[in-house]
Design a protein around this ligand. Structure first.
Ligand SMILES: [Zn+2]
Length: 139
């Protein structure tokens, strides 16, 4: 279980990369992994969305998942979570996201309507009884 930081510092280049991926993938959902250390996110790694209906959900390509975890090991960084986009513009996690979320401390970043929001699965959270908002601080 990772530390449950309530805010993360994230560089503008990382946010720009996630938003650019989201725009390029629309109307399908974009997805990828985010890497960082402590309470900082310092990289986003795009992945192919291998979901059966990528315009309705996301599934990160398992090969990318494995590779990124392997590369992170020993680098001082870890996979702090993943991102995906909501082409419909909804900034909050969907009910589908909530159904899949497990309380493992990972961050869920959502790109929608030109913004990135962050969430973490927690029992009884205010969104779908499953997610609490996490602050992203630019810098
Ligand atoms: Zn979603």
């Amino acid at each position: 279980m990772m530390a449950a930081n309530t805010s993360y510092c994230v560089g503008p280049a990382v946010l720009a990369a996630i938003l650019a991926h989201a725009a390029a993938a629309a109307p399908a959902e974009a997805c990828g992994l985010v890497l960082g250390a402590e309470s900082r996110i310092d990289a986003a790694v795009p992945a192919v969305n291998v979901a059966e209906r990528p315009e309705r959900g996301f599934e990160i390509d398992p090969a990318t998942l494995l590779r990124v975890h392997r590369e992170a090991r020993g680098s001082g960084r870890s996979v702090v979570g993943w991102y995906h986009s909501h082409p419909n513009g909804a900034r909050q996690p969907s009910a589908t996201d909530a159904a899949r979320a497990v309380e493992d401390g990972r961050l869920w970043l959502i790109a929608a309507a030109g913004q990135v929001t962050a969430w973490r699965a927690a029992a009884g959270g205010p969104v779908h009884g499953r997610f609490v908002a996490v602050d992203l601080v630019a810098g």
